[in-house]
Design a protein around this ligand. Structure first.
Ligand SMILES: Nc1ncnc2c1ncn2[C@@H]1O[C@H](COP(=O)(O)OP(=O)(O)OP(=O)(O)O)[C@@H](O)[C@H]1O
Ligand SMILES: [Mg+2]
Length: 224
């Protein structure tokens, strides 16, 4: 079986600064990988490098068996490699519907498939359906996270990466995000970066830890 994501000897950072080094792991189709780690460990830098938002310093990223090389983020997204960034990055001045519609231009679904997928996504997140005409900036943190995930789903991911989806959310909203991701689990591969161990214990099939830019297997209970 071809891995949805194979990361081999990957190093990355900012200009000459190396933030993470020699990361190697694979995620099978339908598998959910968790990555735990403290602030500043290099988790977001790793995801941004895999997504093509930052250049690779060494090593390689294969998505569905295809080497991503130096492809930029928008090209990777069109192959189904999609990142929900830290801090959601939804557009505050656009409505919920307009935020979702952005995926039509950025993604790879044709018009009828996009319409069908939109209906499906709004069924997963009924709260968004109710608030379609509201501006993104008027949503609560949890609703914004749901909008960010919904927008990513409209890009038809085969690999969905989520950077700290529970960050700043109240427990009840964390629960709702967890329920939504559990419902999606298995449909495509996921990489979920978190500082919330309990969340990953429930969601992830396998968990790694990142410390000082190095990935290691998670040794339960010895972390945090
Ligand atoms: N744009 C940037 N330019 C230079 N250094 C950066 C930049 N962004 C992050 N860094 C540095 O890279 C290191 C890792 O940051 P990163 O954001 O990947 O950590 P993280 O594990 O995601 O942390 P957090 O849990 O706080 O989100 C930190 O030392 C940080 O200061
Ligand atoms: Mg981060």
């Amino acid at each position: 079986m071809t891995a949805a994501l194979a990361v081999q000897g990957l190093s990355g950072g900012y200009r000459s600064l190396a933030v993470f080094r020699e990361a190697s792991f694979a995620v099978e189709p339908g598998q959910t990988l968790g990555i735990l780690g403290p602030n500043g460990a290099g988790k977001s830098t790793l995801l941004k490098t895999i997504a093509g938002l930052l250049p690779t310093q060494a090593g390689s990223v294969l998505h569905d068996g295809v080497a991503m090389g130096g492809a930029r983020a928008h090209r990777r997204a069109r192959t189904g490699l999609v990142l929900v960034p830290e801090g959601r990055q939804i557009l505050a001045e656009l409505t919920v519907q307009e935020n979702l519609d952005l995926g039509r231009a950025a993604g790879r679904l044709g018009k009828p498939e996009f319409a069908a997928r939109s209906a499906e996504v709004l069924a997963i997140f009924p709260r968004l359906a109710e608030r379609r005409r509201q501006k993104g900036g008027a949503l609560s943190g949890g609703e914004q996270q749901m909008l960010a995930i919904a927008r990513a789903l409209l890009l038809d991911p085969t690999l969905l990466m989520l950077d700290e989806p529970t960050q700043g959310l109240a427990p009840i909203m964390i629960r709702q995000v967890l329920v939504a991701l559990q419902a999606l689990k298995g449909r495509f591969a996921m990489v979920v970066v978190e500082q919330n161990r309990a969340f990953l214990d429930t969601l992830a099939d396998v968990t790694l830890t990142m410390r000082n830019g190095r990935l290691a297997p998670d040794e339960k209970g010895t972390n945090q």
